[in-house]
Every structure is written in C-alpha cells, then in structure tokens.
Design a protein around this ligand. Structure first.
Ligand code: WT7
Length: 633
C-alpha cells in the first residue's frame, strides 16, 4: 500500500489542497515519486489550454503494469489482486493473486506479440466482466498497445464505428456472455461488425460458455489454444509518460462518439492517488466497484487505481437481479466487502425491492460506500446510508467524467465532511470554477453556474483520437483558458459543490452518458420519419429517460408497431441502452426563426412542466406547442 500519499485527516486535506494550488508541480512531483519509474521525468508540466496542450511528467519512462503488478510481487505476491464472482451463483468465485495475475498478463502479452501487436497498435476489447478482460487490457499495456474497450452492450454497428475510428488491428471477444439467466452471442455480434472493419487482422476468442461459435480461418483464434504456445515471462515495454494508454469512447452531444485518449503517466498517478484517498483503502480491505470495465469507472476504479495501490478488487460478471435482488448483498456478505461503489440508478432500482432482500444478509463488513455517474437524490442517499451503510459508513459522492480520468470532486471517506446530494470538495490538484452566462468566473462563494476547471490535472484526457480540433471546440472553447465540463453546479458557503446535471444535449440514462443527436440521426434513418427530436425527462429509477418527438411522412401509421421498429433501429445502431421510453408523433417541432429546434420547450413538455414554458415569442411556429402538449404522454 502506498502510505506516504494517503491523507489522514481533514487538516491534512486542507494542507494538501493548499499546496496543490500554490505549488502544483511540487505537489504532483511528490505524489508521482511514490510510483515506480524506469526513468524520472525531467519536467513536471507543460500546458496551454488555448491550443490545448497538456503534458505531465515529461521525459518520464515507465510501464503501468510494473506499477500494477511487478512492484507488489515482493510483499504481496500471494495476496488477492482480483476476486472474480461469476454470473451463476453456483459457479465458484475465483481469486487471482498478484503473482497469478502477473503471470497471466505476461503470458497473454506474448500471445499479442505472436500476433504481431506492437507498441502503439490499437486493440479493441469487446468482452464481459471476466478476468480475461482485465488480463487482456493489462497485456496491452504491458506491450505498449493501446486498448479500446467497447462495452459489451453496444450493437455491432456501434462496435464497427469505434473500431474504424481508431483503426484497431485486433479484436478480443468471447464466444458468448452470460447476463443473468440469458446468454448473449458476442462473437456473432462481432462477426456482423467485422464485415465492415478492414483494419482488423486478428480476432482472439475466449470460450466463456463452452459452446461453439463460427471461426474464420486465418483471422480468428481461440484464447485457450494461443496461451498454450507461450511462456509467462514478458519484459514490460518501456513507455513514455505521455504515450497513449487507452482510448475510451464517450457520447458526444453531436456527431460520432469521441475517442478520449488517456496517457500513461498522468492517468496512473491520478487514478491511484484518488482511489487511495477518496476510498481510504487500507490493507486487507475488500473493495467492490459494480461498474462495467467498458466504462471509465471500471478502467480507473476496478483495474488501474486499485491494482496500482495493491488492493483486492472484486469483479462481478452478473447483474443485481439474478438470481434475485439480493445478489449484491449476498456477495457483500460472502466476500466481507468493505468498500462498495455503485451508481444512483442501481441504488434506486434496489431500493424499490422488498427490504428483506437486504435484511437477510450481514452487511456489517461495509466501511465505505460510494456513488458515481449522476446526481444522487436525497431519498436514495438516505436509503443507502441507512440500509447498506448501517447509518455509519461514510458515503463518497464522486463527481468526475470519462474525460477527467479520475475523481475530481468528492469527500474523502471519513476524513472530510459529507453532505447529501453534494459531491462536496475538490480533490487536491483540482481547481473548479463556476462560470456565468457571460462567460466570466463567478467570484461569489455561494453561487450557481456552469462548472469549469481552470488548471490541468495529471489524469485529464489529452485529446480526442484523430480530432484534436473537436477536443478543443468541445472542452476549451466555451470559456477561454478553461476546461468546460458540460455540467451545471452550485456552491455553498463552505465551498461544497452540488452537481445539478448536464447543461448540453447529453442525457444520463441509468448512469449511461448518451448524446441525443446521434440517437436522432439513427431515428432519421427510418423511412417513415421526416424529422425528430430527442430529449431527456426525469425518471424515478433511471434518473433520466428519453422522449422522442417525431414527424412522419404518412400520419396514418402511428401504431405501436412503428414505435417498436424505431426502438429496434436504435438498439441495432447504438445499443438497447439508448432506446426511447416515450415516442410521440407530432405534426411539427417548435423551431426558432433560424430553423433550430427549441429543445428547451420539448424538455419542459417531456417532463410535464408545461405551465412555465418560458419565452416562446421567438418561435417560427408557436401553434405546434399547444398541439404537442395536448398529445404529450
Ligand atoms: C457525467 C460524466 C465518471 C464516471 C461515470 C460517468 C455525471 C458523474 C456524478 C456525480 C452528479 C455526476 C456528470 C458528468 N456525473 N458523476 N457524482 N454527481 N453527476 O462518466 O459517462 O463520462 O459521464 O456524469 O454529468 O459530466 P461519464
């Protein structure tokens, strides 16, 4: 466990924070020095948000897997690194010690090398939550290849788009995956995707469900047979601190998904430092984050952060409802989980079930609870606090983003004060500001505005793969010399931040970040649809759900069947998570004189808040508003 960078009291937090603002380079030097580098950096930071350019630990050489694995072998070789809980409760939990994980990662690194994967090549991973996913990602990092993990709920077209965007050379997947009582044919989905992916040369298939799947000669090989051909030693490739570690796609409010690029040195320092301090991890703790590794939470807080500090990280293959809604709590009891980190949408879904699902399990091992992904409402917070945290365990409400790489605003468990519905205080090294509509920084302590960050932090994304201009436009053009988060926030008299939600056309549905524009593009492909607009509206469990308004060519067919077809199309093009909860066929959409759809009005209608539509005088066609309200669902 890295001791020296752990904050142990509120006073230490205040001191660290002050230090990090007054002397950021010294502050991060001290943190970075506790890691294992092949060569020390010669310059700590170079930055210019107007380009934008951000580089940390310049000239430093390292391999992140030596920090996640090798350096623990001396003292923790036989300690659990990953504790894997399979989907089926009757299948045994598997513990991989640091030594075992190290050996499997080296072994698979040799497989990658055998298939001509080299430093800088992109490898796409489309896999369920099994240890082989962790092994494959770490093996990529060990040889210096860039992993691009695509959540195994995305459709074949969504995979193809991501593979092509970063021209991945290899795809790693499984024959099928388990999902509660069902299986999903991942390889089949990949095969569909690969009809349109010229850059893919090899596919490695892990046989998870012991059934056959189609294999294309010369392209597809099985994981099991490949690892038999290699040994388990592999000298880690020596990488530059600013070499790319991974690409992770996140929805944009317009156009195609953004391939956020994270680089090795800064990301590692940020993920590990925040993990250790926010969760206050101690030796022998059992830490469980329920996210999927296909999202940034899984990258930073199932794999890289926990392994970097030598923790025992739980990986769960299944779903909270299988075989019944007590599954999470059974796992907590069985493994004596000390740290439990999940999303508000999961808390709300579990809260709606019989309390007996919780009560029949002993949750006394829980020391710290965490939440991430969207604002947590007070009711869910209270339920979590009372029933899961037995009114004692601190709850860390961690605000951050795919782009920030690590937690930015959060309390430190049991160290700094918490406040329900507030993410609370910025972590050391994070300098948030609130901006007003004129684009100026709000100086008042108590304020509400758009949340921006005015100084670089090590784990921030460096660019969007292949499109640095887009990176600049989205994040660095709204406010001069600041990173714009896309979120609104308010600040109380103690400096605590409460995130109020997205202020752009991104909707967070069940903790998944979805751009409305790409969904609209998909709907527009339906031959019956002339034009459409998608907005979010509040939903009791999902946080937000999607509402689509559409104009049709032939108004005769407004059937349920058409609605199903539209949702099918969305599921195929993007994934089932982007399906609409409500579809309303309309004669017109409210537009400004310049022809822009007034989403503000549609958002109000979708949330049933039609008394107060605000100014509609600039509308080209005010008459459609009444009609839409009358037909609203
Ligand atoms: C957006 C980023 C960071 C991992 C999961 C999501 C929202 C995230 C919180 C929180 C209120 C939150 C923001 C942010 N968000 N955490 N604790 N309180 N809102 O990553 O998919 O990149 O989404 O999630 O709106 O901008 P992401």
């Amino acid at each position: 466990m890295i001791k020296s960078i752990q904050i142990n009291s509120e006073e230490e937090y205040r001191r660290a924070y002050k230090n990090s603002v007054e002397n950021p380079e010294q502050f991060w030097d001290d943190v970075a020095e506790t890691f294992c580098w092949r060569k020390r950096w010669s310059k700590t930071l170079e930055w210019d948000f107007s380009i934008p350019k951000v580089k940390w630990f310049l000239g430093g050489k390292l391999n992140i897997t030596e920090n996640c694995l090798d350096r623990h072998l001396e003292k923790k070789a036989n300690d659990p690194a990953i504790t894997w809980v399979p989907n089926d409760p009757n299948e045994e939990t598997v513990i991989l010690t640091y030594k075992e994980l190290h050996s499997k990662v080296c072994q698979f690194a040799n497989v990658l090398k055998n298939h001509d994967i080299h430093k800088g090549d992109r490898v796409c991973l489309y896999m369920p939550m099994i240890p082989e996913l962790a092994i494959a990602m770490l093996a990529c990092a060990r040889i210096g290849a860039i992993h691009s993990i695509v959540f195994a709920g995305f459709s074949s077209r969504a995979i193809a788009r991501r593979i092509n965007d970063s021209s991945c050379k290899m795809l790693i997947t499984t024959n099928e995956m388990y999902r509660g009582p069902k299986t999903v044919p991942l390889k089949e989905i990949c095969d569909q995707a690969l009809t349109d992916c010229p850059s893919i040369e090899k596919v490695i298939v892990y046989n998870r469900t012991k059934t056959t799947c189609s294999m294309l000669p010369n392209r597809d090989v099985f994981w099991h047979s490949e690892i038999e051909k290699v040994n388990d030693t592999y000298d880690a490739e020596i990488m530059d601190a600013e070499d790319e570690l991974f690409i992770l796609y996140t929805s944009g409010s317009t156009g195609k998904p953004k391939g956020m690029v994270h680089t090795i040195g800064g990301y590692m320092v940020g993920a590990a430092y925040t993990f250790l301090n926010v969760f206050q991890i101690k030796p022998n703790d059992v830490y469980w984050c329920t996210a999927d590794i296909g999202w940034i939470t899984g990258h930073s807080y199932i794999i890289y952060g926990p392994l970097c500090v030598g923790a025992n990280t739980v990986m769960f293959e299944g779903v909270p409802s299988y075989p019944d809604y007590s599954r999470f709590w059974k796992i907590v009891e069985d493994l004596k989980v000390t740290h439990f980190y999940t999303a508000p949408t999961a808390i709300r879904a579990l809260e709606k079930q019989e309390l007996s699902f919780v009560k029949k399990h002993d949750l006394s091992s829980i020391k710290v609870l965490g939440t991430v992904g969207e604002p947590i409402n007070h009711e869910a917070w209270e339920w979590y606090h009372e029933h899961i945290g037995h009114k004692e365990a601190p709850i860390v409400d961690t605000w951050w983003q795919t782009e920030t790489g690590g937690i930015m605003i959060s309390s430190l468990a049991g160290i700094t004060p918490e406040k329900s519905t507030f993410a609370t205080l910025p972590l050391p090294g994070v300098q948030p500001v609130l901006m007003n509509d004129q684009g100026n920084t709000i100086e008042d302590q108590v304020a509400e505005g758009r949340l921006a960050i005015q100084f670089p932090w090590p784990s921030m994304a460096r660019t969007i793969w292949g499109d640095h201009d887009r990176y600049k436009n989205i994040y660095f053009s709204t406010f001069s010399n600041k990173y714009f988060t896309g979120d609104g926030a308010l600040r109380d008299s103690n400096g605590n931040y409460r995130i109020t939600g997205r202020v752009d056309d991104i909707v967070i549905v069940s903790g998944h970040n979805l751009g409305t524009a790409p969904i609209e593009n998909t709907i527009d492909e339906h031959p019956m649809v002339v034009e459409c607009a998608v907005v979010g509206f509040p939903h009791a469990i999902k946080g937000n759900a999607l509402y689509g308004f559409m104009i049709l060519y032939h108004f005769e067919d407004t059937s349920e069947k058409l609605k199903l077809e539209i949702n099918d199309l969305i599921a195929k093009d993007i994934g089932p998570i982007a399906k609409l909860d409500k579809i309303q066929f309309v004669n017109g959409l409210p537009k400004t004189r310049s022809g822009k759809i007034m989403r503000r009005i549609l958002r109000k209608i979708a949330s049933g808040d039609t008394d107060n539509l605000g100014d509609t005088s600039t509308l080209l066609n005010p008459e459609v508003v009444e009609e839409i309200i009358a037909g609203s669902l």
